[in-house]
Structures are given as C-alpha cells and as structure tokens.
Design a binder for this molecule. Structure first.
Ligand code: IMP
Length: 422
C-alpha cells in the first residue's frame, strides 16, 4: 500500500492538475480531499484542454478510479457540468467516480452569502463559489451532506430550517430577496437522482484499497499558504490544503502516508487579496502574467505575479513534510534577462527566523534577493535536464540548494508530455 499526497506549495495554481494527471498513470486511485469548485485544474493533452474543478485530475486516465472525499464541498451545478463536459469529450465516468456520502453540499444561499460578503469592506477576494459559507455551516453543524439526499422528508426539513435563518440574514444584512424553499428542495432531489450511481462510502473504499496494496494519490486543491490554519490568515480558503488535510478529508490514517510531493511554480502567483512579499507590480510582473497566462482557471481573474519566495516555501515544506518537488512553468522565465529569488525576510532591520503568523506582519517584511542570469530562450522540445540551457539548470539547482529538497520533476509547458525527471 502507498499514499502519495500532492500539495500546492504556494498560493495555489502551481500546476497540480498536470502533475497529478501525469502521476495518475501509475496510481490505482486519485482522491481529492478538500476545497470545492473554487479550484481549477488545467490539463492539456492531444491538443485538448480540460479544466476540472471538482473531479480529480486522474479521471483522464481510463484505468484510474477517482474519489471525491468527505472533506470536499460539492456544488451540484458545477459537478453536473463537469460530468457532462467530460462525457461530451469522450471520457467515461461510470464506475470510476466515487463520491463520499459524507461530503457537504454547497447550497444556493452559500454562493449568495459569499458574493454578498465580498461586496463588504475588507473582502478576501474569494472565488465567490460559496466555499466559506459551506464550511461555516459544516462547523456550525447545520450543513447538508450528500447522505441527507437519501431521506426526502428529512432533507426538506433541513433545507427549511436553514432557509428560515438564511433568508433573514440575506434580507437584513445584504438586502437580498428571500429564496424559495420548495424550488430548492426540488432542485436537490433532482440532483440526487443524477448522482446516485456515484455515491458511496469512500472511506471504506479507500481503506480496503490500501489493504489490497493499491497505490493512492491524494490530490489537494489550492495551496499551503491558503490553508485555513497554516496560511496567511485571514486571506485564506476555508479548508486544509496542507498534507494533514488528506487524512481528515479522506478518512485514511496518517500511518498510510508514504510520501508528500510539493508542486512549486518556478515563480510566485496569488489570486485575491492578502500579503505577497515578492509581488512585482511593474513591467516584469506584467510579463510573467502574459507569458505564464496567469489568469484564473475558475474566475478568469488576473493573478498577481512575483519572484520565487524561499522563506514561504521553506515554511510550506516544513508544514507539509514535502520530501520532493515537482517544479512547474520553468519555460515562462525564458522571457526574462535576469531572475531574482527571495532568500530571506527582514522586518525593521532584523532578519526573520520564521514565517510570520499574521498577515499584517507579512505585509511589512522586506525581501532579500539573489540575482541569477536568465537564459532568454524557449525550452520547447527539451526532454532532459541536461539539455536545458546552463542558466536554467543553475536556476533549478539553486532552488534545490536553498530549499534543501530534491526537485524530481521539471515541467516546461502545459502539455502532458513536456515533463522530465531531474
Ligand atoms: P475561496 O476559497 O473562494 O473562499 O477564496 C479564498 C481565497 O483563496 C481567495 O484569495 C481566492 O482567490 C483563493 N483561492 C481559492 N481557490 C483558489 C485556487 O484554486 N487557486 C488560487 N487561489 C484560490
């Protein structure tokens, strides 16, 4: 048995979808453990682009089983759209997709409350997908779970109770029209009939698979620095993308985890608000955005771009227990004459020894940089580390040294084929 957890080591959008897709060929099961349709995993092969929000990236390998774990919050509309999109592209889902009966559902009022809160001052810059309000209800113990769809009467009662409160909040605080209870019950009952074949006890399924010696990839969404506990709170998502989240989000024991791979983009990006020490608000940032197509796969928003941030990554490696790195989007840096890497933070003239716990402090740090030469060329067609331009090899070797962690994969384009071992 083996479980490899794939985590985003930065603020999300590191290219996890591509790496999970590549590693899925060797996996029996790919299991998504947290987040919801706020994620956008892009996979490109055979000239086609697939953008997945909820279904694990392993679905594109016909022999791989896929699990949406209990830690995920499921938006029925997004899920059905994704199933139809995949079927329309000739990918068979039947018998391969397993959804936890313990997963919580995103309800229409979650999306409305997310959108309404975002209009208030001091917003986080969420994706507006209802993620925070859904996890909020989960913690308040008033959430509606997939298993609740089985009992129509109890479901109706739960939706009624929720709406009695939510309608008051929506009206009083956000001046939003009340939602219709019966229409909502009908919508979720109809959804139940559509997803019925996929619902199962995924905790037992996964643990039985592990007993049978199967190989599982646990797929995280977002990134470690957006983790509710360990990220740049309050500018974070509402779940735990860090590796610990895989155990609670799937119901597998910590003793089953065999490795943790961190996906690291060769520079940094962040969507939404919050501190970003290496951010480039200049022409270089613009160039990275244009070359790296740094626009959100879920919302289309422009991603903020900056240099690679070693203090943030060292913290991420520590919290996740990352033992190996997949380095993505190295090709994007070919557009620059020289490259900087942030090697440390200072605050009020003093070197910081650890990653700040509060966003306010992080927003005040000054970055120390090393400068490396760029390679100013395309990496098209390069299929081996030794064939990379000297400066590109030096950049990757420097990252390895600064992070004291092995880079095992290097990715040089969105295409499935353009990834090689270091
Ligand atoms: P939420 O997850 O929609 O509540 O958004 C909370 C924060 O996480 C915002 O800054 C979002 O931009 C960010 N976020 C959520 N999902 C992703 C993602 O998949 N990639 C990058 N940022 C994300």
């Amino acid at each position: 048995m083996s479980v490899c957890i794939i985590v985003g080591a930065q603020w999300g959008d590191e290219g996890k979808g591509k790496i999970v897709d590549m590693l899925s060929e060797q996996a029996n099961i790919v299991a998504r453990y947290q987040g919801g349709a706020n994620a956008g995993h892009t996979i490109v092969f055979d000239g086609k682009t697939y953008i997945l929000h909820l279904i694990p990236s392993g679905i594109l390998h016909p022999a791989t089983q896929c699990v949406i774990g209990n830690g995920v919050v499921i938006d029925p509309v997004a899920l059905m759209e994704e199933i139809h999109m995949l079927e329309g592209m000739g990918i068979s889902i039947e018998g391969r997709l397993h959804i936890s009966h313990k997963a919580h559902l995103i309800m229409p009022y979650h999306k409305m409350m997310d959108a309404a809160r975002e209009k208030q001052a001091g917003s986080i810059g969420t994706t507006g997908r209802g993620i925070g309000p859904a996890y909020n209800d989960k913690a308040l113990r008033i959430g509606i779970r997939i298993v609740d769809l089985l009992d129509r009467e109890a479901l109706g009662e739960k939706i009624r109770t929720n709406l009695a409160e939510k309608n008051q909040i929506l009206r009083a605080l956000y001046d939003v029209e009340p939602l219709d209870v019966d229409a909502m019950i009908d919508e979720y009952v109809a959804f139940d009939t559509q997803i019925d074949p996929y619902i199962t006890d995924t905790t037992t399924l996964l643990n039985n698979a592990l007993k049978d010696g199967k190989h599982v990839l646990a797929e995280g969404a977002q990134g470690a620095l957006l983790d509710l506990d360990h990220g740049t709170y309050p500018f974070v998502t509402s779940s735990n993308p860090t590796s610990g989240g895989a155990c609670t989000g799937l119901g597998i024991p910590p003793t089953s985890i065999t490795s943790v791979m961190g996906v690291v983009k060769a520079y940094s990006t962040r969507v939404g608000n919050g501190p970003f020490p290496t951010e480039l608000e200049d022409a270089t940032g613009e160039l990275l955005r244009a070359e790296g197509h740094e626009f959100g796969a879920t919302t289309g928003r422009s991603r903020r771009c900056g240099w690679l941030d070693v203090p943030a990554l060292r913290y991420s490696i520590m919290v996740n227990g990352i033992s190996e790195i997949a380095l993505t989007k190295l090709d994007v840096l070919g557009a620059l004459d020289e490259l900087k890497i942030c090697t440390g933070y200072t605050l009020d003239g003093k070197t910081l020894k650890s990653f700040p716990a509060d966003a306010q402090t992080l927003s005040r740090v000054t970055c120390e940089y090393v400068t490396l030469p760029g390679w100013r060329s395309s990496l098209d067609g390069i299929m081996a580390f030794a064939d990379l331009p000297q400066a590109a090899q030096e950049y990757v070797n420097t990252i390895e040294q600064l992070l004291d962690t092995r880079v095992v994969w290097v990715s040089t384009s969105p295409n499935r084929e353009d990834t090689f071992k270091k």
